[in-house]
Design a protein around this ligand. Structure first.
Ligand SMILES: [Zn+2]
Length: 88
């Protein structure tokens, strides 16, 4: 896969993060297709997870991806509420 050589720095201490591994959304019990990449910071032990979903892959800009993502979250949240109410 391309892009594996890219470097990412720690949000907290700016040390270069060490890539751990990639998981599928299935591994994380998330609906849909996507990849979860995990990184750790050797300096402050911060743990970073990057979620790349199929929605984000199809988006042209980060803003568009964010809009889609929040819309999806809202939808799932509503679904969850309805299911919760249904049980009462
Ligand atoms: Zn750090």
């Amino acid at each position: 896969m391309e892009g594996k050589g890219k470097k990412m720095n720690c949000w907290h201490c700016n040390t270069e993060l060490i890539w751990g591994s990639d998981f599928t959304y299935e591994d994380y019990c998330i609906e849909g297709e996507g990849i979860v990449s995990t990184f750790s910071c050797p300096n402050c032990n911060a743990h970073v997870e990057v979620y790349l979903g199929d929605d984000a892959i199809g988006s042209k800009t980060p803003e568009e991806a964010m809009k889609k993502y929040t819309a999806k979250l809202k939808k799932e949240n509503n679904k969850f509420k309805k299911e919760k109410n249904g049980r009462n």
